[in-house]
Design a protein around this ligand. Structure first.
Ligand SMILES: [Zn+2]
Length: 252
């Protein structure tokens, strides 16, 4: 079994009830948003697919929007591989729809800056890791705080994006913050594969949670059943319910 296979994404994933019943989650140390993104810094979110920016740090972004902190979202792919074999959601329709869903979602969060789109191949980032790192380097500034998907998140694109960001920050002086997205799905409370020792909770206001939940609902293409393939929604109930947490967890 290779590394990604041991973190395979199957079924509905670990439920919120299971996560909340684990005292270890509540016991994670808190980090203040200002300590994470200091005054004068810019937050850069590098999202492998449209929706990862919201699922990872949507609440945190809503709070940064209110403080006037500059935020730049970098969309690595347009998410055209989410509906394999679908006649309802062919790649060209997804290429139109998914970036506009992100735009709508960012408005829900209170952000008006447009994402920067890199247009790399959805599903092909393992092979494009070095290219992605090279594309990111000139976009980053030394004081940036770069949020991206965790290097062991389970989805190959998420892992490649985390690795590319680690390479890019190493040569720019920016700070890297990794965030689990699919990691919550395949891992279990107390899971030894998760780096809990470097996990911190960022508290969210009720208003930030409200905006994050609204932003998740903007990803219509990911929330519908697909009649042409019989597949259920890409974002399952467990994922949607996770967006109601009054905190987000980051790995430092
Ligand atoms: Zn993704």
């Amino acid at each position: 079994m290779d590394a990604v296979a041991s973190r395979a994404i199957r079924g509905d994933g670990t439920s919120e009830a299971e996560w909340h019943s684990w005292p270890g989650l509540a016991a994670l140390p808190a980090i203040d948003l200002r300590a994470l993104v200091p005054e004068g810094a810019r937050a850069v979110v590098v999202a492998p697919h449209p929706d990862d920016e919201v699922l990872s740090v949507g609440g945190l972004l809503a709070q940064l929007a209110d403080t006037g902190t500059p935020v730049q979202v970098i969309a690595v792919t347009d998410g055209t591989a989410s509906h394999q074999g679908s006649t309802e959601w062919p790649a060209d329709r997804l290429a139109q729809t998914r970036p506009s869903e992100t735009l709508q979602a960012l408005l829900c969060l209170g952000l008006t800056t447009e994402p920067m789109r890199l247009g790399l191949p959805d599903g092909g980032l393992q092979a494009s890791r070095a290219l992605l790192a090279a594309r990111l380097v000139p976009l980053l500034r030394p004081r940036d705080v770069v949020f991206t998907t965790w290097r062991h998140d389970g989805h190959p694109d998420h892992e490649a994006t985390g690795e590319a960001c680690a390479l890019a920050v190493a040569s720019t002086g920016a700070r890297l913050v990794e965030v689990p997205v699919w990691g919550w799905h395949w891992s279990r409370p107390g899971d030894a594969r998760v780096p809990w020792q470097r996990a911190f909770r960022v508290a969210l206001s009720a208003e930030a949670v409200r905006r994050k939940r609204a932003a998740v609902q903007a990803f219509t293409s990911q929330l519908l059943h697909d009649a042409s393939t019989g597949a259920g929604p890409v974002l399952r109930d467990t994922t949607v319910q996770r967006a109601a947490r009054p905190y987000e967890v980051v790995f430092l």
